[in-house]
Write a protein that binds this ligand. Structure first.
Ligand code: C2E
Ligand code: MG
Ligand code: MG
Ligand code: MG
Length: 275
């Protein structure tokens, strides 16, 4: 009967909750240990202009676990965000990015490095000071730092987001909307904030080859970026056809396996800097 069913459903629901609590607790122990052992690494994937010239890179976090295996961010970032452990982890990544930017500056290269910023991190009251402090410590230029944020952040405390973004933008930090077009885009909001780049999600890039309708969507997004005077970055570029299509439709920067895979930041620097 109905009552019986209801109770069963509650039982199932409770079992699911306690499983996730156990999983989180295990992961928490593992992530804390990993932090202590400095197992979070910054990997960099180049971004190129339409002539294929490197203009910078995106920092992507990797966890090198006990067995020396690399764990992808999809497997640990959501839990790290839930447990607020993303805050110290992001700090470690930012130090590696600051190191990289210092080396680039020393060589007179004005590449931009982009970091993915979680709302949990961004909404910390000492966020701006933390970023400034790390960059001062490494003598790294904040004007060569891009912060990739997602549309989710724009759903949070509007005034706080606005204030933090303005302060960082005054220091020279560039803001980019990551995975643009996949969330709830509040275009009015985007225009009111100091956002100067749209990063077009790889789904749009990859679907554009499939049919005219998808192609129209990609072209409309690139046109919109141009009309708003913000630059556009296309991610997930894998084929020569996509490069051609994006070049013809005015994408400013391209990123994807066609050009480069992410590599450890020291490897990236070795390839980037003159010997
Ligand atoms: P994202 O910021 O959209 O990063 C792009 C993802 O696409 C990366 O996956 C990258 O390796 C992958 N990618 C790049 N080019 C290609 C391509 O041509 N084809 C395909 N199929 N994929 C490509 P990754 O490194 O696994 O990162 C996944 C997501 O994890 C990122 O998506 C970002 O949202 C998050 N993430 C990574 N590092 C950090 C971090 O330091 N902090 C935070 N908060 N999130 C991070
Ligand atoms: Mg990103
Ligand atoms: Mg992205
Ligand atoms: Mg993405």
């Amino acid at each position: 009967n109905a009552r019986h069913n209801g109770r069963d459903q509650i039982a199932v629901y409770e079992a699911e909750i306690s499983e996730s609590v156990v999983a989180d607790a295990k992961t928490e122990v593992a992530l804390r240990a990993a932090l202590g052992k400095r197992q979070f690494e910054c990997w960099l994937q180049s971004k190129v202009d339409t002539h294929g010239v490197i203009r910078g890179a995106e920092a992507l976090m990797r966890w090198r676990n006990e067995n020396g295996e690399l764990v992808s961010p999809a497997q640990f970032i959501p839990v790290a965000e839930r447990l607020q452990l993303i805050i110290p982890m992001a700090r470690e990544l930012l130090q590696q990015v600051a190191f990289t930017l210092n080396r680039l500056k020393t060589q007179g290269l004005d590449d931009n490095i982009a970091v993915n910023v979680s709302p949990v991190e961004f909404l910390q009251s000492d966020y701006v000071e933390t970023v400034q402090q790390i960059f001062a410590e490494y003598d790294a230029p904040l004007s060569q730092l891009t912060m990739e944020i997602t549309e989710n952040l724009l759903l949070a405390d509007a005034e706080k987001v606005q204030q933090t973004m303005s302060r960082l933008a005054e220091l020279g930090v560039v803001f980019s909307i990551d995975d643009f077009g996949t969330g709830y885009s509040n275009l009015l909001r985007i225009q009111q904030l100091p956002i100067t780049e749209l990063k077009i999600d790889r789904e749009f890039v990859q679907l554009a080859e499939v049919n005219e309708k998808h192609m129209g969507l990609l072209m409309a997004m690139l046109n919109m970026a141009r009309s708003l005077s913000v630059s556009s970055v296309a991610e997930g570029v894998e084929t020569a056809e996509q490069v051609k299509l994006l070049g013809e439709n005015g994408a400013d920067l391209l990123q994807g396996f066609y050009f480069a895979r992410p590599v450890h930041y020291k490897t990236w620097l070795d390839e980037r800097l003159p010997q």
